[in-house]
Ligand binder design. Structure first.
Ligand SMILES: *[C@@H]1O[C@H](CO)[C@@H](O)[C@H](O)[C@H]1NC(C)=O
Ligand SMILES: *[C@@H]1O[C@H](CO)[C@@H](O)[C@H](O)[C@H]1NC(C)=O
Ligand SMILES: CC(=O)N[C@H]1CO[C@H](CO)[C@@H](O)[C@@H]1O
Length: 590
């Protein structure tokens, strides 16, 4: 028995100059002495029986380790084995004392010493098992330790990740530090590796590190890893949520340092991407924390936090909390944040809220939200942001007062026209809806006559649902102005498109819409429409029973079809149509 082990007061494992192999030999030797000693103690027989079974398990783990091909290059064992040796020596000395019946320090002290040694022993056992289960000893550490490139085989990557997690869980500060650093590098170089990290790594352990306030550096690295995992893909996000990541993240957002808070906010926003996770934010008391982060945080924190609020605001209970916490002025304020994501998320959140109840609409107006929305509509270049802003404005315009105010704003009306001409299809649709709903003055309608050709094109769009209807309604509204009708009738391309849409064979367009436009266009432009061949087409549609077609035929023919033939056309709307077109109309009419 080594004499050093006789001193139970030794505070730390002795630094050993022995090689890993020599240490292992020594461990095995003391282990065999202990197994014998445990069976012949005279006191604490029950405790020694438990110890005996742990030691037996240890023995088999050890031989499994030394049977592994590359066990001696694993640097985790460099600290693990000396620690184990220290525990075993200590235990051997205690066992020797228990061969007698009297104890120098008293029975209670011996009992507590034994319990502590027993706990150490099971910790070592746990660590050794972890190394064994990770499979890292089967792989040469020359392969495992180097960061596998993006091209490396999946198997190498699995070993690498398992090895990192073994180091993280078992190793001391430096191991943990290096393991986390390597994980961050792996995840940053290759986002797809998140999937494998979530599967092979111990995410529970990683989350526990978030509460590890003794080592700020470890905590910071751990939250970086967690934030990447939470945002990388669905599975890794689920893994973080399922092991209870949200609670510690919210705690950090509430009380951490600025750098930690930003990462926490990022991770929380990602976790709320699953609508099923939204309730948990509320259950953890997360809403006031997120609101506070929007109020006082850095721009980045605000952007992420408002994104999380937006995500969870689909839940009614949470919307009520937002009312209680007076969150709306804050959201309105964020519309003009310096960060484009914050703007977008705030606008999106307001659109969810405004669409959900009158209360929110009223408060948004009271808090001068419309002014900010119009400002953002003017300044933003992001289609997504514009879409949310326009949605809120649309919802607010259900109030007559707001509708009148918007209608009389020439700059707003011009902006709608610009969005119809240059926006994406979603923006075009909302803008057309607003154009058709708002009580716009004739003067303002004249000012935006240039968007009519685009509205005609939108009437031909198969998607999204409803686009044909709102585009035709917007056109009908535009055509209440005489000069717009004339302008339309002079636009050969638009007129041709319109008549083509009337063709019964063109099944992509719902016929009642072009019919409504024809009816709106007829006053003053009848002859132009006749020349273009509209009457025959509309007559066929009337026979087919298309809504509004009969009335359109009446308007077009003016009840005096014969007279029209006899007259020369083109006094109101100048004719640009080639003869052939009117001939073809004449043919199909007879
Ligand atoms: C993962 O870590 C947790 C927390 O430390 C631990 O309780 C658990 O046993 C570990 N699981 C594995 C498979 O190592
Ligand atoms: C704005 O916030 C987003 C996070 O939502 C971030 O990715 C981006 O870098 C921020 N932009 C600026 C200019 O800070
Ligand atoms: C329900 C919801 O709005 N989910 C969104 C939450 O945030 C993420 C990231 O910004 C979006 O991708 C989700 O669509």
């Amino acid at each position: 028995m080594p004499p050093a082990a006789a001193d139970p007061g030794a505070a730390s494992p002795p630094s050993t100059p022995l090689s890993v192999t020599q240490t292992t030999e020594l461990v095995k030797h003391i282990l065999s002495l202990l197994l014998i000693s445990c069976l012949s103690t005279k006191s604490f027989v029950g405790r020694f029986q438990v110890l005996y079974s742990r030691l037996t398990a240890l023995k088999s783990s050890l031989s499994e380790i030394t049977d592994s091909p590359h066990w001696s290059d694993n640097s985790l064992l460099d600290t693990l084995l000396p620690n184990l040796l220290y525990t075993l020596r200590r235990l051997l000395s205690l066992a020797d004392q228990c061969h007698g019946t009297s104890f120098p320090g008293g029975k209670l002290l011996m009992q507590s010493d034994l319990d502590m040694a027993s706990i150490s022993l099971s910790n070592h056992l746990h660590d050794l098992d972890l190394i064994l289960r990770s499979g890292v000893l089967r792989q040469s550490s020359a392969i495992v330790l180097s960061h596998p490139g993006p091209e490396s085989a999946r198997e190498d990557l699995v070993y690498y990740i398992r090895d990192l997690f073994a180091r993280l869980q078992i190793g001391g500060f430096e191991f943990k530090d290096k393991a986390l650093e390597s994980l961050i590098r792996l995840l940053s170089d290759d986002e797809k590796s998140a999937l494998l990290v979530a599967k092979e790594g111990n995410i529970t352990y990683l989350i526990q590190l978030l509460d590890c306030s003794d080592y700020p550096l470890i905590r910071k690295q751990a939250i970086t890893v967690v934030a990447i995992l939470a945002s990388a893909n669905d599975q890794s996000r689920k893994a973080v949520f399922e092991v209870g990541g949200l609670g510690p993240l919210l705690r950090i957002l509430e009380t951490g340092s600025l750098a930690l808070k930003e990462k926490a906010a990022m991770a929380i926003q990602s976790l709320t991407a699953d609508p099923e996770n939204a309730w948990a934010v509320s259950a953890y008391g997360g809403i006031p924390i997120l609101i506070e982060a929007c109020r006082c945080g850095s721009v980045l924190m605000q952007a992420y936090s408002v994104g999380a609020i937006r995500n969870v605001s689909i839940i009614e209970d949470i919307r009520n909390t937002l009312i209680d916490e007076n969150a709306l002025p804050l959201l309105i304020q964020l519309l003009v944040s310096s960060n484009a994501s914050a703007q977008e998320n705030a606008a999106n959140c307001l659109s969810v809220l405004a669409s959900s109840s009158d209360y929110f609409r009223t408060v948004i107006i009271q808090e001068k939200g419309l002014h900010r929305l119009l400002q953002l509509l003017h300044d933003s270049t992001s289609f997504d942001t514009l879409e949310h802003v326009l949605t809120v404005i649309h919802v607010l315009s259900s109030s007559d007062q707001i509708a009148r105010m918007l209608s009389s704003s020439i700059s707003f009306i011009i902006q709608l026209a610009e969005l119809i001409m240059n926006g994406n299809i979603v923006l075009q649709k909302i803008s057309a809806t607003l154009l058709s709903n708002l009580p716009i003055s004739d003067g303002n309608k004249r000012a935006i006559a240039g968007c009519m050709p685009q509205l005609v094109k939108l009437m031909e769009m198969p998607k999204p649902g409803g686009i044909q209807e709102v585009a035709s309604q917007a056109l009908v509204s535009m055509l209440t102005v005489r000069s717009n009708r004339k302008k339309f009738a002079r636009d050969e391309k638009s007129l041709m498109r319109l008549v083509q849409m009337l063709d019964a064979r063109n099944e992509l367009v719902c016929k009642q819409y072009p019919v409504a436009v024809v009816a709106a266009l007829t006053p003053g432009c009848r002859k132009r429409l006749l020349e273009a061949g509209a009457l025959a087409a509309v007559q066929r549609l009337a026979e087919m029973g298309v809504a509004g077609a009969k009335k359109a035929v009446q308007r077009l023919s003016g009840g005096r079809l014969k007279n029209i033939f006899g007259r020369s056309w083109g006094n109101n709307c100048e004719s640009y149509w080639p003869r052939q077109n009117s001939r073809s109309w004449g043919r199909s009419d007879h």
